[in-house]
Design a protein around this ligand. Structure first.
Ligand SMILES: Cc1ncc(COP(=O)(O)O)c(C=O)c1O
Length: 449
């Protein structure tokens, strides 16, 4: 044995010991008592460690839009790992990240012609917020520092993201967060919107709350507004009709940057490359992650309009324009995975497929109305949410049981937020598989009643 081996401590890891991994966003003790372990995946299915196929009702974590272990993506990753494992993108570059940036900007609407890369949606959100602040600085408006998010919004878990985010448990244990943040009201009202398909009729006027904030804080202090076009993690809230257009108008009127966080809605989830296209609204920045590689390799980023990039292109030629970036920004393996994923989306017409399945999907999910404890259902694109009546005194327990029962007894993976079941299958789903998912969820609802 060489000397180098001696520095490895002499211990035997226990392969089946689940204790050491501290799982995020998971009740660790409950999971470790009855784990849901996945061994492999292909197309629409996961396979549990006991070999059972589990139909993927959630595209993993809203990310595997092209399905799992697609050969084109797998081969691109393998080839890239063998050819160029890492190259810095500070002061150097490699061809694939440039190709990816130009392909992405071709997919994005309007004059969104530049791409900045991160490794996750959280980093994408924080990058966009930093770019917004820096933009106003370089434009000579340094007083514009206020960031406006929305109640029930989710922009990842970094400090910027949780500050503008509006999900209380994600914020409350983490101190004062960023100063100078305000939140628009969320757009959900069950009395007005229950069982909506697509964009609810009621609620467009809530965008006018931004005018109230401008009146309170003054536009000269506001840097940006960040919203998810469809709020995903909070339990699927489609934007009310007219809401996003109105936000755009108010932002334009007051020189406020508008950021769409499209980490979930990007790459076909709502039937177009980006939700911005579906809604005919060009934000100043779009954040993305997840579906860009169909989840195969971590990658995220921010797409920006010309005027933002151009505002930074000043000063001496040798001087750095933006003091921000990550070691793994534009990692070659992530870039290769993303290019292959975009090819799969294009060759198989998966964004169009999501659009063409929207009605079938909505009919199927809404057929669960009237099942035990169902109090609301919402659908949009290839996304659905089923709100369950909470068990008295134990909020979140019925949702947790639904997810657990789904995996162990009905061979389906669903995502839950408290007592809401969220469904967002890979875009390769067949009509039969839509039926299968709904049958399984129906059985789950009866079991947890
Ligand atoms: C809208 C949105 N933004 C940001 C994030 C954070 O992404 P990540 O978990 O990759 O950091 C998510 C994750 O679900 C998201 O839904």
């Amino acid at each position: 044995m060489s000397e180098a081996h001696n520095i490895i401590p002499d211990w035997e890891p226990t392969p089946n010991n689940l204790e050491s991994f501290w799982m995020g966003f998971t009740p660790n003790r409950a999971f470790k008592r009855r784990p849901r372990l996945i061994a492999r995946a292909k197309d629409m299915h996961y396979y549990a460690v006991d070999g059972r196929p589990i139909i993927d009702g959630s595209a993993g974590l809203w990310c595997s839009n092209a399905g799992h272990c697609r050969s084109k993506i797998v081969e691109a990753i393998q080839a890239q790992a063998a050819e160029l494992d890492f190259a810095p993108t500070f002061q150097f570059g490699h061809p694939k990240v440039f190709e990816l940036a130009s392909r992405l900007t071709m997919l994005a609407p309007g004059d969104i012609n530049y791409a900045f890369f991160s490794n996750s949606g959280s980093e994408a959100a924080d990058s966009a917020l930093k770019i917004a602040l820096a933009y106003h600085n370089v434009k000579g408006q340094a007083s514009r520092t206020r960031l406006i998010g929305r109640e029930r919004g989710y922009h990842g878990v970094n400090f910027g993201g949780i500050s503008v985010g509006g999900i209380s448990p994600n914020r409350k244990l983490f101190g004062a967060l960023l100063a100078g943040v305000d939140h628009l009201p969320h757009t959900y009202n069950r009395a007005e919107q229950a069982y909506s398909r697509g964009e609810p009729e009621w609620g467009g006027h809530l965008a006018d709350e931004l005018e109230r904030m401008v009146a309170l804080h003054d536009a000269s202090t506001i840097a940006c507004v960040i919203v998810e076009p469809m709020a995903g993690s909070t339990g699927v809230l489609a934007p009310p009709k007219g809401y996003l257009k109105r936000l755009r108008e108010i932002c334009d009127k007051h020189g406020i940057l508008l950021i769409f966080d499209e980490v979930i809605t990007g790459f076909g989830r709502l039937g177009s490359a980006f939700a911005a296209e579906r809604y005919g609204v060009v934000p100043d920045m779009i954040t993305f992650a997840k579906g860009i590689t169909s989840g195969a390799v971590p990658l995220g980023g921010v797409l920006v309009r010309d005027h933002i990039y151009e505002a930074f292109m000043n000063g001496p030629d040798h001087a750095i324009e933006l003091f921000h970036g990550y070691t793994y920004t534009g990692h070659p393996i992530a870039a290769a995975a993303a290019l292959a994923t975009l090819e799969v989306y294009r060759e198989e017409g998966l964004f169009e497929r999501a659009a063409s399945l929207e009605d079938t999907w909505a009919d199927a999910i809404h057929s669960l109305k009237g099942e035990p404890n169902v109090v609301d259902i919402r659908t949009i694109g290839l996304v659905g949410a089923i709100d369950l009546e909470p068990i008295e005194g134990a909020p979140g327990k019925r949702g947790y049981e639904a997810m657990e029962t789904g995996f162990h007894d009905h061979d389906i993976m669903v995502r839950i937020t408290a007592d809401t079941i969220a469904l967002s299958p890979p875009l390769i789903i067949s009509e039969d598989q839509i039926g299968e998912i709904v049958d399984k969820v129906r059985k789950v609802l009866h079991q947890v009643a």
